[in-house]
Design a protein around this ligand. Structure first.
Ligand code: IDP
Ligand code: MG
Length: 154
């Protein structure tokens, strides 16, 4: 069974870790039907954070964002599934928690854009680049899940 699967990078940011929401985030992604293929719990250094958030360099919130993402450990994961990039961003909700759809994680657990719990890749190009930045190829697990044919159609 071969289906067109996307992979996407998910980070549970330091506020999510500190607030004990690792399980909640993973639970929601598992419930959605996505498949975990990599995970790594670590506290990143400033220069690594600057690589991850290079696209935001120069924006007014950039320095605060670098402080935020380096302020404690993060849970980095790769999740896989059909339309995984879009599906994960939908599960997370809009960047600003007060604009996030009810039922989304940021709606249900956050109030402020600067404490919005998670990161998720926003396109296939950024997903590839972010996964390559955070994970070595052989740290990603290629596996068949027994329920896959009940979640993935083709
Ligand atoms: P995203 O995380 O939903 O993809 P981006 O626009 O890529 O959102 O911004 C990256 C991160 O930068 C956000 O998740 C948020 O933590 C932070 N951020 C974005 N805009 C602001 C802002 O106006 N004030 C403070 N932090 C911000
Ligand atoms: Mg983004």
């Amino acid at each position: 069974m071969e289906v067109d699967l996307e992979q996407t990078l998910v980070l549970i940011k330091p506020d999510g870790v500190q607030r004990g929401l690792i399980g909640e985030v993973i639970h929601r992604l598992e419930n959605r039907g996505l498949r975990l293929v990599g995970a790594n719990f670590q506290q990143i250094a400033k220069d690594f954070a600057e690589l991850h958030y290079a696209v935001h360099k120069g924006k007014p919130f950039y320095d605060g964002l670098i402080d935020y993402i380096t302020s404690g450990p993060v849970m980095a994961m790769v999740w896989e599934g059909p339309n995984a990039i879009l599906a994960v961003r939908q599960t997370m909700g809009a960047t600003k928690p007060t604009e996030a759809a009810p039922g989304s994680l940021r709606h249900d657990f956050a109030l402020e854009v600067g404490r919005n719990l998670t990161h998720a890749s926003d396109s296939s190009e950024t997903a590839r680049a972010e996964i390559d930045l955070w994970f070595r190829a052989d740290d990603l697990v290629k596996w068949d899940r027994d329920i896959d044919h009940w979640v993935f159609e083709a």
